[in-house]
Design a protein. Structure first.
Length: 560
């Protein structure tokens, strides 16, 4: 449209709004659209809404689909047009869900893709991916490569290994640019994936290539021209709520067949391509056909709170495409009652009204709303901001020891929440200096995001007329207010040291251990935790120690 971004065309994402009074076309996340519905029940500021990538079945998308279906059923907005965009494999399911919808089919992809499988299970997916990239560079014709791995650590290890091996190949191949791609990177860094491959180093020499090493972000969120080869590890990371443990954990799980098809499709956008799957044909046949809807594997406490704000009494009565288990919904309601967001009848309380204004999990929202009572709202906002962004500590393969030493300088004896507060304060004292970030192995992009998040949270505090205040930090004991403020929201996420020397969660009585990354200086009698990690052992992560008498004082029913 050849207009300035933020005027006629704008966007809105969590904690960032780039729109104005002239905006007529707005890009926004499904979560932000759902939040807007809480203040504008019929979304009357929109005439046409396009929901993209609905086949990914995010929690917010499924809720929005049910919300729009109810809106059309009650004829609340006869003038609203809704366009639902999906892959062709799932189109019929969405058409049947809306009953009178019609399918508009786009032209199919023009280029074929040849798919190969491994015969034996792969032990080390990163090493297998590296070997396959080298094979393509040496043996296959020109074309860029994309490698799908599960997370940041795997991507960094893959890029590091490729960098060493490509140097060893020397003139046997053309110039190669290895580009990581994941959500923690800055926009400028992410944009590097769109830059063309490097030119030949000599006239008539082999063409250059790009090797993009990515999470599933490139599976359907981005279209990258020039990709001819795809290497698919067959796994992805997903948040899964365990109703028995009553915890939400990030797990590495097999992808669906639909996801595998999308990954292979990345290799045929520009030319006929090849997809190398690091798993067997039998593995592909055994995985589930479609992506598991997030609503079936998520903690629904925040969603139930949003629903109460939208005016719906019961999530189970809403016509969602795949209804969540009743047990998960009831647990969410009980959690909100314990936090004081709902009364005994399940109605939204004044505290719940305030909590629903924050785009955070209910425990953190409760912590923020209660923080003025402990005279530490400024500190709690900083901690909330740091927990809302990815891990800020860089740990490059070539500098592991130096990175660990730099991280240790921010450690606080009472735990990780206060260590994060130390990082944020030091970042602000350095005025966000890039040299300071580099020397301390701090991801500057992440800290900038945290600073932006904190600014948005401050705006919400002003809007709700909640007091911004700080405690006096002349001694380490002055952190007590902050620890009490954290306990006010996270009293259900407490573990105690039992007589056997093991930690056990107060809720559910599950045996856990402190995560090795914690900055705690000892093994205290009682800790609050932010994350529950399911691994070879059950770990709790992001920890702060609290005295037992505080639990009895701030949440007596939890202590009981």
């Amino acid at each position: 449209m050849d207009v300035k971004l933020g005027e006629e065309v704008g966007y809105s994402v969590l904690f960032e709004d780039c729109t104005g009074p002239k905006t007529i076309l707005k890009y926004l996340t499904d979560g932000l659209l759902l939040s807007e519905a809480m203040s504008d029940q019929f979304l009357e500021s929109y005439m046409v809404i396009i929901l993209d990538e609905v086949h990914l079945r995010s929690l917010a998308t499924d809720i929005l689909l049910a919300y729009f279906k109810n809106m059309f059923k009650t004829k609340a907005r006869c003038d609203l047009k809704l366009v639902v965009m999906s892959t062709q494999f799932e189109a019929k399911k969405f058409r049947d869900y809306f009953k009178d919808a019609q399918i508009v089919q786009s032209l199919p992809a023009l280029h074929p893709v040849h798919i190969t499988y491994v015969k034996e299970p792969v032990r080390d997916l990163v090493e297998a991916a590296v070997e396959k990239v080298i094979h393509i560079l040496v043996s296959e014709s020109a074309g860029d490569i994309i490698v799908f791995l599960t997370g940041l650590e795997e991507i960094e290890r893959c890029c590091w290994r490729l960098g060493k091996l490509i140097l060893d190949l020397g003139d046997k191949i053309g110039p190669v640019k290895v580009v990581p791609l994941h959500s923690v990177m800055s926009v400028d860094m992410q944009n590097k994936v769109f830059k063309a491959a490097p030119p030949p180093t000599r006239k008539g020499g082999p063409l250059g290539r790009r090797v993009i090493v990515s999470t599933e972000i490139a599976e359907s969120s981005l279209s990258i021209d020039g990709i001819v080869y795809t290497i698919d590890c067959g796994y992805t990371k997903q948040k899964v709520y365990n109703a028995d443990l009553q915890v939400e954990s990030l797990l590495v799980l097999p992808i669906s067949r639909a996801s595998a098809q999308r990954r292979s499709g990345c290799a045929r956008r520009s030319a006929p391509g090849k997809c190398f799957r690091l798993y067997s044909q039998d593995f592909f046949n055994r995985v589930q056909p479609q992506d598991s809807p997030e609503i079936l594997r998520a903690n629904l406490a925040g969603t139930v709170l949003q629903f109460r704000k939208l005016g719906f009494d019961n999530l189970l009565h809403l016509d969602v495409m795949d209804p969540p288990p009743a047990e998960t919904v009831m647990q969410a309601v009980e959690t909100l009652k314990c936090l004081g967001a709902l009364d005994d009848e399940g109605s939204l309380t004044h505290l719940g009204e305030l909590m629903s204004e924050f785009p955070l999990d209910p425990q953190m929202s409760k912590t923020i709303v209660d923080s003025p009572k402990f005279c530490c709202s400024n500190e709690i906002l900083s901690i909330a901001a740091m927990l809302s962004v990815p891990n800020c500590f860089l740990r490059p393969m070539e500098n592991l020891e130096a990175a660990d030493e730099a991280k240790a300088t921010f450690n606080h004896n009472h735990g990780d929440h206060l260590s994060l507060l130390n990082v944020y304060r030091a970042y602000k004292l350095s005025n966000g200096d890039s040299t300071w970030c580099k020397s301390n192995f701090i991801n500057q992009t992440v800290l900038r995001s945290a600073d932006n998040v904190r600014g948005q949270l401050v705006s919400i505090m002003h809007k709700l007329d909640l007091t911004l205040c700080s405690t006096d930090f002349r001694t380490s004991d002055d952190y007590d207010n902050v620890r009490k403020g954290l306990l006010a929201g996270y009293f259900m996420q407490v573990a105690h040291l039992d007589h056997s020397g093991n930690y056990s969660t107060v809720k559910g009585h599950h045996v856990v251990d402190l995560h090795p990354s914690s900055s705690l200086a000892s093994r205290p009698a009682l800790v609050i935790y932010n994350d529950f990690v399911l691994a070879s052992r059950n770990f709790i992560r992001v920890l702060t120690d609290v005295p037992l008498d505080w639990l009895a004082e701030i949440a007596p029913f939890a202590a009981a």
